[in-house]
Design a protein around this ligand. Structure first.
Ligand SMILES: *Cc1c(COP(=O)(O)O)cnc(C)c1O
Length: 231
């Protein structure tokens, strides 16, 4: 299938899952994860109306953002760039300048840098806190026990808008395991909302498990290979 067909297929799966799991129509956004994919493929997706793209590697992303800026595609919706990769603190400045969203914030130091480096003329940077859902030492993400303090501290930063939580669970093949893991993220979000934080985004679900993520309340699925093919 072509990228256009794959995109349409994923969109229809999202819409079916919204119906099946009693989610409001249109409540789940599709982030097309374009890391290690060519500019031509991204252009093909933009031409059929895809506006949100996720990137993991800063230098690669900056080259793509520059190449697609002010191109003949400006007739379409403005593109929103989401950083979803591992964050090195010496690279936050370019992130704060060129991205609309950063999903993988897991410590205050990074959020404070992004806040200080977000240009004043731009809207506040949208942030998700990445949580370490399996408590794995090797994984990035904040532990659930440390989440409330981090979330409240980030919510006070002026050039940052804390939107919600993000998680990358270890791959599981069965729906039940996928669902139960994502439900823990949803519960963490509900706890923060009960504490007064205004969060509207659950960034969860990838090519292999986005249906279960939607069942558990995802509002933004990050789908790469199911749209663009193998990397
Ligand atoms: C690569 C990546 C994705 C997309 O993964 P696919 O399995 O290709 O859909 C989603 N989220 C993050 C954080 C990624 O790094």
């Amino acid at each position: 299938m072509s990228i256009i067909e794959q995109l349409a297929h994923i969109q229809s799966q999202i819409h079916c899952a919204e119906k099946q799991y009693h989610r409001a129509p249109g409540s789940v956004q599709l982030l097309a994860v374009s890391k290690q994919q060519s500019i031509e493929k991204i252009r093909a997706a933009i031409e059929v109306g895809q506006t949100c793209f996720g990137e993991n590697y800063l230098q690669e992303a900056l080259a793509k953002i520059a190449a697609l800026q002010n191109s003949d595609l400006s007739a379409f919706q403005p593109i929103k760039w989401h950083f979803i990769g591992k964050i090195q603190s010496n690279k936050t400045q370019q992130m704060a300048k060129h991205f609309d969203w950063v999903h993988s914030v897991d410590r205050l130091h990074i959020a404070e840098r992004l806040n200080a480096q977000r240009p004043q003329h731009l809207a506040p940077l949208n942030i998700c806190i990445e949580i370490n859902i399996h408590q794995e030492n090797t994984k990035s993400g904040v532990e659930l026990t440390a989440l409330p303090a981090l979330a409240h501290a980030i919510s006070r930063l002026k050039q940052i808008r804390l939107r919600g939580l993000m998680a990358i669970p270890r791959p599981a093949l069965d729906f039940k395991t996928q669902f139960e893991t994502y439900q823990q993220v949803q519960k963490a979000q509900q706890m923060l909302c009960a504490q007064g934080l205004m969060l509207d985004t659950l960034s969860m679900g990838m090519s292999g498990d986005f249906i279960a993520a939607i069942a558990a309340g995802s509002t933004l699925v990050r789908v790469g290979s199911a749209i663009f093919g193998r990397r």
